[in-house]
Design a protein around this ligand. Structure first.
Ligand SMILES: Nc1ncnc2c1ncn2[C@@H]1O[C@H](COP(=O)(O)OP(=O)(O)OP(=O)(O)O)[C@@H](O)[C@H]1O
Length: 327
């Protein structure tokens, strides 16, 4: 993957009167990647995407997309990006096909080209049988797909998606995730916001966790999941336990955390990077008459990583998002 930054953001801040919604954030998005902004309700995701796409004024800081910003190269800026807001911006009284063509005309795409592209996009998004239907009669999932298709009619280099699967049915959400992957495989750079941890884990090459308007962590998804920088967790399978085993382990090895999960399972957590040497624990347990049958590294889920870093339990912030579950 090419590593050149195509979105550069430096010390970006958004205030609504006295309230700071986005607080001095800096990050870069590289060509060819899917970059995810993951955070709870009200974290500042939409405010950020709106600033980057010229839909909201910035309070302070700098940014550019492929060298353009809204203020200095308005026309080029608009042409390099496709924007899919969380609320659809299509017209109810136009058909799907007409909406696509109308979007193309707004970007100066000539009639023949936009007609051809509109047909291709309807096909790609499996909407070819609904192209003649009025947008108002589309289902929510179809509406979301058409809104994404419309953002692609001028063949932008980068696609901005604000919560692309929120509020739609499971099947459509799956289709949209698959389309996002296909678009990225075809070379499109994608910036998306989501409050679904699993969605970020499945789709994004890199993720920035945003909480209260600040980026609290940003890294490659693989690094976040490998837990390299968060420490290591091992699960020991044992033939039995003894009373007060957890306390005994903590007293003997105060630098690590231990949890006796069940009669046959002990969790060892180290908050430092590097490997855990097993022999002292196996030996200590053996002296207590406990045999270790198996030891394996427990990989953290992205949810566990997020909770560790932010201290926010994930269900506390997905629960109040319209009650829907990630597909
Ligand atoms: N126009 C506005 N005026 C005042 N406050 C606003 C405005 N828009 C957003 N906010 C506030 O700014 C904060 C960030 O909102 P934003 O919509 O950017 O968050 P978000 O992460 O996208 O959340 P959600 O997932 O709920 O859309 C919230 O506290 C919100 O209430």
């Amino acid at each position: 993957m090419i590593k050149s930054p195509i979105i550069n953001v430096k010390n970006l801040t958004k205030k609504y009167k006295e309230f700071t919604a986005v607080n001095n954030i800096s990050f870069q998005v590289h060509a060819g990647e899917i970059f995810g902004f993951l955070g709870p309700n009200g974290a500042g995701k939409s405010s950020t995407i709106n600033m980057l796409t010229g839909l909201a004024h910035i309070t302070s800081g700098e940014y550019n997309v492929l060298g353009y910003s809204f203020d200095n190269y308005h026309k080029q800026f608009k042409k390099v990006m496709g924007v899919v807001p969380d609320e659809s911006n299509m017209y109810d009284e136009l058909t799907g096909f007409e909406n696509l063509c109308f979007s193309g005309s707004l970007y100066g795409v000539d009639r023949d080209t936009r007609t051809k592209r509109a047909h291709n996009l309807l096909k790609k998004f499996k909407l070819e049988n609904s192209g003649d239907k009025l947008f108002r009669y589309y289902s929510k999932g179809m509406k979301r797909k058409l809104t994404i298709a419309a953002a692609l009619i001028h063949e932008p280099k980068i696609l901005f998606l604000d919560e692309p699967t929120t509020g739609i049915d499971v099947q459509s959400a799956r289709e949209i995730r698959s389309l996002i992957k296909d678009l990225n495989n075809d070379g499109k750079t994608i910036f998306l916001t989501t409050h679904y941890i699993e969605e970020a884990e499945r789709l994004c090459h890199r993720i920035a966790f945003i909480v209260n308007g600040q980026i609290v962590k940003s890294d490659h998804t693989n690094n976040l999941l490998s837990g390299e920088k968060q420490g290591k967790t091992l699960e020991l399978t044992v033939d039995k336990t003894v009373p007060e085993l957890q306390e005994k382990l903590i007293t003997q090895f105060p630098n690590l955390d231990f949890k006796v999960k069940s009669e046959t399972s002990i969790i060892i957590e180290s908050h430092k990077s590097g490997s855990i040497t097993l022999y002292p624990y196996i030996h200590f347990l053996y002296q207590l008459g406990i045999n270790v049958i198996e030891a394996k590294e427990k990989k953290l889920s992205l949810e566990e990583v997020f909770v560790r870093i932010t201290g926010i339990e994930s269900d506390a912030w997905t629960a109040n998002k319209k009650g829907e579950e990630p597909a």
